[in-house]
Write a protein that binds this ligand. Structure first.
Ligand SMILES: N[C@@H](CCC(=O)N[C@@H](CS)C(=O)NCC(=O)O)C(=O)O
Length: 202
């Protein structure tokens, strides 16, 4: 199978982390959808990454669907709980929270790269506030636990880590570590994992 994406996309990082943690063989092709000559729209009608191309050329999108599919490929480890429906819901909710942070940061970034006179300050504030609330919520939910959900790594941790890497990239001025020491400590631990180190090195 082949994953199409870029190194900066947080949605792509989430999927790459899953593939690496589960040790699933795959090719990785860089293709930025907004660059001239991009072929992404030929495989994903939405023209977005990540897109996962299976060996029979089936294209899987978007990242929560890819995550769901990838997790069924082996049990080593299971990253989305299968039997405990409440634990499963909580992991998917963490993913939704992290994806929402990513979505909001993309809106803010899209505003910031417009000419200054065209930037909508109200839109920027609205989505920045959503990110702040989501971080407060994440920090409260995490507390002093080692993992976002249960007693081991799950998709919840990988999704949240991907969102925070993206925030560091696009909003370095946002001092989330000072506001949330527990998130900062958790992030440092997660960032030491070989999967994170591999994606951060690219
Ligand atoms: N909900 C989608 C979001 C994917 C997405 O928006 N990816 C961005 C890159 S970070 C993209 O492909 N943007 C291209 C575009 O919207 O034209 C997912 O989870 O896969």
């Amino acid at each position: 199978m082949k994953l199409i994406g870029t190194n900066v996309s947080p949605y792509v990082r989430k999927v790459r982390l899953m593939l690496l943690e589960k040790n699933i063989a795959h090719d990785y092709a860089i293709d930025a959808p907004r660059e001239p000559g991009s072929k992404v729209a030929q495989v994903n009608p939405l023209g977005r990454i990540p897109a996962l191309i299976l060996d029979d050329q089936t294209c899987v999108f978007d990242s929560p669907v890819i995550a769901e599919y990838v997790d069924t490929l082996n049990d080593t480890p299971v990253l989305i709980p299968r039997n405990d429906v409440l634990a499963r819901m909580r992991v998917r909710r963490w993913e939704a929270l992290a994806d929402g942070i990513m979505d909001s940061a993309v809106v803010v970034r899209t505003e910031h790269i417009r000419p200054p006179e065209k930037q909508e300050q109200a839109n920027i504030s609205r989505y920045n506030d959503a990110i702040s609330r989501a971080l407060d919520y994440a920090a409260q939910l995490l507390g002093e636990r080692e993992w976002c959900e249960g007693a081991a790594l799950t998709l919840a941790d990988l999704a949240l880590a991907s969102a925070l890497v993206y925030l560091d990239l696009r909003q370095p001025e946002r001092n989330w570590r000072a506001a949330h020491a527990n998130l900062a400590a958790w992030f440092e631990r997660i960032s030491a994992r070989p999967s994170m180190r591999a994606t951060l090195a690219d």
